[in-house]
Design a protein around this ligand. Structure first.
Ligand code: ADP
Ligand code: MG
Length: 351
């Protein structure tokens, strides 16, 4: 697939103060990328630079093989063929659903416009609501219309800034999956901005984790969860605890819960003090295990309990246990570490 978007070493500054720096990534045609990170890390700023609303102070943005942003040179948004959907996606209240979708379709004959609107109404499942007005629609329906309106002119790239953040958690994930199917169905390249990892996992092919204006890691949801590149990503994605350990050999680390083995050499010398990432699903409840831990916290999750366990050293770890086992706070239970991956960070390394 040809490259649709390339962001090369981009920095964006407000009043001379950079808030985003050294950002590089590429997106193939039809791919869905995501900028994921905590509030204030620079996601919207980066998206606005890609759209042409903010100039870059360093680096370049390329859209479809054309340089659209460089320092001192910013192609205006209207000439980039980008579509945007924001959190407060404000439909035109005085226009019907079809009026809203047709809004950006200039330079088409009436028949062509009608055909494109019909196609999108069908795509977003709003055919029966074509003549209705925004105030007659639910939030989820309005969001679908906003999406159809942005997709209608066939933008080179669709930029979505926290488009589901005003919705309930459950609806959000369902909508993210639905929107993914819509974009894939129409072959549209898109970037989703969100602080919600479940939304990112549900929608994106590739995710950039942003922290303090920098890309910490670029990968799939699976890769970010199982092979976080640094402590920031390890803490931000999923749940887990960093357990102290010592490097035994190039594939193994000793911890108070036993040895943890990986399949790839970690490149650290034997004897090096490290921290090992232990996810809740790496800790198994096993009454026959000689290793004991004390239950100091528990959260009911329906099918599972998420226990916080205190080990002999005082270190706490998380452990998922099917909820037909019930342990009380203060109980001593048997545990076994069964990690099929090894994520280690050297102690003393600030990253
Ligand atoms: P995010 O979308 O990840 O929450 P933003 O890109 O909105 O983050 O903001 C990144 C940083 O830039 C924040 O510290 C914010 O206060 C600052 N910022 C955003 N917009 C402006 C602006 N127009 N002028 C000055 N500072 C801004
Ligand atoms: Mg934002």
């Amino acid at each position: 697939m040809p490259i649709q978007l390339e962001v090369r070493d981009v920095a964006v500054a407000y009043a001379g103060k950079p808030v985003v720096a050294g950002v590089s990534f590429m997106l193939e045609q039809g791919a869905i990328g995501c900028l994921l990170g905590p509030s204030g890390c620079g996601k919207t700023t980066l998206l606005r630079a890609i759209a042409g609303f903010e100039p870059v102070s360093a680096g370049e943005v390329w859209l479809q093989g054309r340089c659209v942003s460089a320092p001192g040179q910013t192609l205006v948004p209207e000439q980039r063929r980008v579509g945007m959907v924001f959190q407060d996606f404000a439909l035109f209240p005085h226009l019907s659903v079809e009026g809203n979708i047709a809004f950006g379709l200039r330079g088409m004959t009436k028949a062509e416009r009608g055909a494109r609107v019909a196609e999108l109404l069908d795509l977003v499942g709003m055919k029966d609501a074509a003549r209705r007005y925004p105030h007659q629609l639910s939030g989820g329906m309005q969001q679908r219309v906003a999406l159809a309106r942005a997709m209608a002119p066939r933008p080179e790239i669709l930029l979505l800034d926290e488009p589901f953040s005003s919705m309930d958690t459950e609806l959000r994930e369902a909508l993210a999956r639905e929107v993914r199917d819509l974009l894939k169905g129409d072959g549209i390249t898109a970037i989703l901005v969100t602080h919600d990892q479940m939304e990112a996992f549900a929608m994106a092919d590739q995710i950039a984790v942003l922290g303090q204006g920098r890309v910490r890691q670029w990968g799939t949801g699976f890769g970010l969860y199982h092979e976080p590149a640094d402590r920031f990503v390890a803490n931000f994605i999923g749940q887990g605890v960093l357990l102290p350990g010592t490097v035994a050999d190039e594939l193994r680390v000793k911890t108070e819960l036993g040895r943890v083995a990986g399949t790839q050499p970690h490149g650290l010398p034997a004897g090096q003090a490290v921290e090992v990432l232990i996810r809740p699903d790496d800790m198994l409840y096993d009454e026959s295990s000689p290793r004991r831990a004390t239950v100091v916290g528990r959260a009911f999750r329906g099918a599972e309990y998420l226990y916080t366990l205190r080990l002999a050293s005082g270190t706490q770890v998380l452990c998922l246990v099917p909820s037909h086992h019930q342990h009380a706070l203060g109980d001593d239970i048997g545990v076994r570490l069964e990690a099929d991956h090894l994520v280690v960070f050297p102690v003393g390394d600030a990253a």
